[in-house]
Write a protein that binds this ligand. Structure first.
Ligand SMILES: Nc1nc2c(ncn2[C@@H]2O[C@H](COP(=O)(O)OP(=O)(O)OP(=O)(O)O)[C@@H](O)[C@H]2O)c(=O)[nH]1
Ligand SMILES: [Mg+2]
Length: 290
């Protein structure tokens, strides 16, 4: 598929062209940059809904249920899962098929998992590019699932228009979640698995610890509590932060790429010897670039 053809079909929203474009981005292919500059202006802002939280709280189940609701309301829906531990069933990926079943089987919901861990500066960059390509293909409601584990993942979630932090009772890592700074990025909080003991207590704790952020209780498996959550998501749209996050990520990546490995090693060595501070080392590295 040549670039011209890809651009044309992507703008028409063809799923195969979109899949191909996302693969270019995922592989950090040089063609991805050319493609982006060709289509960057040809799109409308979608509503990007980030869902993040500890592993196993029910993010994929909730995402699936929200995708279904959004379809019922005539939205053009895409689901993007970044470095999922339990992948969606959209492509040739393994995983619990039951979980994403309804959305994955609906031909009008585009579902994609992206594994980008291990790429230097790649995780956030690839995710931001993928979001924009989904918009180019005409998607207007994008659900973005990330596990709220590392700094990169938190940054990706924070770049969404609405950030939903998902928790569930009975999982030991709630405290860890708040430590990792994911509570701060929440536009609203979901206590999922509301059918389980401890959901009410957890919801109260979250309410108290987040200065009264909106908390919604859901049972994503049964679909309980989803309508109020969906409406709150539509109402919570804040200022768009995607471009700012993306620009920072690109800048960081470009600067890192332009610094030679030997200059980098030198700087690290001098830091270890305590002969410079990180400020001095960074100044020296930047001067080398001019
Ligand atoms: N009882 C109950 N179980 C649920 C609910 N929502 C999800 N589950 C179950 O919880 C398990 C984990 O759900 P997932 O949707 O894969 O959770 P996740 O947060 O996406 O997990 P990772 O992607 O691995 O971080 C599955 O077995 C679901 O069926 C719920 O509301 N109540
Ligand atoms: Mg998941």
């Amino acid at each position: 598929m040549d670039l011209e053809n890809l651009v044309e079909r992507l703008l028409k929203g063809e799923p195969r062209a979109l899949a191909r474009a996302l693969t270019l981005v995922e592989n950090r292919s040089p063609e991805a940059r050319e493609l982006l500059s060709r289509v960057f202006a040809d799109r409308k802002d979608a509503l990007i809904v980030g869902l993040t939280g500890p592993s196993g709280v029910g993010k994929s189940t909730l995402t699936d249920a929200l995708a279904k609701l959004a379809r019922e309301r005539d939205r053009r829906v895409a689901v993007l899962a970044i470095d999922p531990t339990s992948p969606f069933t959209g492509g040739a990926l393994l995983g619990d098929r039951a979980r994403m079943d309804s959305a994955a089987r609906d031909p009008d919901v585009f579902v994609r998992s992206m594994a980008t861990r291990g790429h230097v500066g790649g995780l956030s960059g690839a995710a931001f590019e993928a979001l924009v390509l989904l918009e180019v293909a005409g998607k207007d409601f994008i659900l973005l699932e990330t596990v709220g584990a590392g700094q990169d993942e938190v940054e990706v979630a924070a770049a969404a228009d609405v950030t939903v932090v998902v928790l569930a009772p009975g999982l030991g890592d709630q405290l860890q979640a708040s430590k990792a700074g994911i509570m701060e990025i929440a536009s609203l909080v979901v206590v999922n698995k509301a059918d389980r003991d401890g959901a009410d207590v957890l919801a109260e704790q979250v309410h108290a610890h987040t200065d009264g952020k909106p908390v919604f209780k859901t049972n994503a498996l049964k679909g309980d509590g989803l309508e109020p959550l969906f409406d709150a998501i539509l109402g919570a749209r804040g200022e768009r932060r995607l471009m700012e996050a993306w620009l920072s990520s690109v800048l960081q990546q470009i600067v890192r790429e332009r610094i030679s490995p030997s200059a980098w090693e030198d700087a690290l060595q001098r830091l270890k010897e305590r002969s410079v501070t990180p400020y001095d080392a960074a100044d020296a590295l930047l001067k080398e670039l001019k």
